[in-house]
Write a protein that binds this ligand. Structure first.
Ligand SMILES: [Zn+2]
Length: 241
């Protein structure tokens, strides 16, 4: 159990960093040696969960990055519901970035560049906003510290953001590499890239990873049944066979 993996816990975490003198910055203007904070969210599963986190940051006057996937089985960026989520995140003052699954492309620099350009173009068309940064989804070891811009844009695993400044992630629903406030860079008043995945931060009580994802799966299953009913008049989503 992670008692701080709630919306209130996230708000407290940000409040704590701000009270230590941290300022939220963009990938363009973050200085590794200053008390600068890059707020990054990789939206692997749920845009709805991302909206809630975006609202909390907006209340605190903070601007962050929501990196979204184009090629995933878990959500459809072209759907009406996704479009509304993207609009909401943008209205709340945040950036939409590209979350690129590089494993779907050749891993030579030219293929990666071509994929990044193409996906950024599509994402800008969908979101109606400029895509100014990229993060890799579940990157191969070879991409950690990959020191090139992608499609002319900074990416989150460049050495500046991944090695020169502190890096902390809530991957798999826990601080497997230490709590952000105990991060060496934070202890030394240096910059931090804080990666969180909105799905892990529950509205009220913190949940175990397994039950959180089971709840998410049940909600998606219910949505799927409703959509089947809307698309096939002889199907009754309230009945099971
Ligand atoms: Zn991801």
């Amino acid at each position: 159990m992670n008692p701080d993996f709630t919306h209130a816990g996230y708000r407290d975490l940000l409040g704590n960093l701000l009270s230590r003198g941290y300022e939220v910055r963009s990938y363009e203007d973050a200085d590794p040696d200053a008390r600068h904070l890059i707020l990054r969210h990789d939206v692997d599963m749920s845009l709805k969960a991302a909206e809630a986190i975006a609202a909390i940051e907006n209340e605190l006057g903070l601007r962050s990055y929501y990196f979204v996937l184009l090629r995933t089985e878990l959500y459809n960026l072209y759907s009406e519901a996704s479009k509304r989520s993207l609009e909401r995140i943008l209205v709340l003052g945040h950036e939409i970035g590209l979350h690129l699954d590089a494993s779907l492309y050749g891993n030579d620099p030219a293929s990666l560049e071509e994929a990044a350009e193409k996906e950024c173009r599509i994402l800008e068309d969908i979101s109606g906003a400029t895509v100014s940064a990229i993060s890799f989804h579940r990157p191969a070891e070879s991409l950690l510290g990959y020191d090139r811009l992608l499609a002319g844009r900074p990416h989150a695993y460049q050495p500046k953001f991944f090695k020169q400044m502190g890096y902390c992630s809530d991957s798999r629903g826990a601080w497997h590499h230490g709590h952000p406030l105990e991060n060496e860079a934070v202890q030394q008043d240096r910059a931090l890239q804080l990666l969180t995945h909105p799905i892990w931060w529950s509205p009220k009580a913190a949940e175990q990873v397994q039950s959180r994802l089971d709840r998410f799966a049940r909600e998606r299953y219910e949505l799927l049944r409703q959509e089947l009913g809307r698309n096939c008049t002889v199907y009754d989503p309230s009945r099971t066979s």
